[in-house]
Design a protein around this ligand. Structure first.
Ligand code: BV8
Ligand code: ZN
Length: 244
């Protein structure tokens, strides 16, 4: 068994489940994380790329970084961890997936009730008139210009930018009403996302963390499961399915 008995004993079809995922969930699909030794941030510092100032001072560099990430994501597939999370929605009545990932792999794996709190790199908008340029395959590395002459940017949340109010409220509501909160594949360093598992636990949820290494959340979790999400999640979903 992977999940502790005191967790399994509480499982029923009505169990309210919330899951927070980070870049680690996409690692086994071949998408680099941010802060691992081979992560995206090793080559660039977040300040250089994932913030509005960086985009204004060097739009082509930032745009090209997202074009590079889009090219990777286009060529990869969801892994068993993504599919296991999608399966949870079929097994339980109340499942909310809150993802920091912008790579669309949860949606491609069949998850439906997803809160993409950091946005999605398949969506773009003009910084001047906010015209949307979603699901368009832009060619080349130069930042596109809108008809109005404004720069087109990826629809992701950069450092120092507010998360969509409605979305983050829904995420905290799901966390605070959860019976079980899974934190999977995230370094739990970026706020306000990293506050969700804390808030869930403070509201009475059991907190389960799945990660190959410890994070600032680990000491706070009811159960820490050391391992890769693509291997652990399918096993956990099997155990949960046997309980209902
Ligand atoms: C905001 C853009 C209000 C999208 C990203 C001091 C204290 C508290 C907060 C702050 C502070 N100073 C500044 C802040 C605010 C800041 C923040 O939290 N900074 C941190 C770094 C201290 N937050 C913000 O700015 C947020 N907005 O607060 O607005 C505001 C307004 C004005 C002024 C102040 C505040 C906006 C946050 C969103 C930033 N956008 N990216 C994109 O390009 O993708 S952040 C970036 O980090 C990604 O979005 C990513 O989602 C996020 C978290 O990273 P992870 O997903 O966890 O990935 P990471 O590589 O870190 O970890 C991977 C994990 O996977 C590891 O643990 C690894 O062990 C594990 N792993 C590896 N392999 C596997 C695996 N797990 C499972 N299986 C495997 N096989
Ligand atoms: Zn425009």
């Amino acid at each position: 068994m992977i999940l502790n008995n005191d967790i399994l004993e509480r499982i029923s079809k009505e169990t309210r489940i919330a899951i927070l995922t980070g870049a680690g969930v996409s690692k086994e699909s071949g998408v680099a994380t941010f802060r691992d030794e081979d992560g995206l941030w090793q080559k660039f510092r977040p300040e250089e790329l994932a913030n509005f100032q960086a985009f204004i001072s060097n739009p082509d560099l930032v745009w090209d970084w997202y074009q590079y990430r889009r090219s990777i994501v286009r060529d990869v597939k969801p892994n068993p961890g993504h599919y296991a999370i999608a399966e949870l929605e079929r097994l339980f009545a109340h499942v909310t997936l809150i993802t920091q990932n912008v790579d669309n792999l949860h949606g491609r794996a069949g998850s439906r009730n997803i809160l993409e709190i950091h946005g999605n790199i398949d969506r773009n908008y003009c910084i001047s008139c906010r015209k949307r340029y979603d699901n368009i395959e832009f060619k080349g590395s130069k930042v596109p210009q809108c008809e109005c002459g404004g720069l087109v940017r990826p629809d992701v949340v950069w450092f120092g930018e507010m998360l969509a109010e409605e979305m983050i409220q829904q995420a905290f509501k799901a966390a605070e009403s959860a019976d079980i909160f899974f934190s999977v594949g995230t370094s739990a360093l970026v706020y306000p996302a990293a506050h969700l598992p804390i808030s869930a636990k403070q509201s009475g949820a059991l907190l389960v963390e799945i990660n190959p290494s410890e994070t600032p959340l680990t000491h706070y979790a009811d159960q820490f499961i050391r391992g890769k999400s693509g291997e652990i999640l399918p096993e956990i979903v099997k155990e949960l399915a046997n309980q209902i």
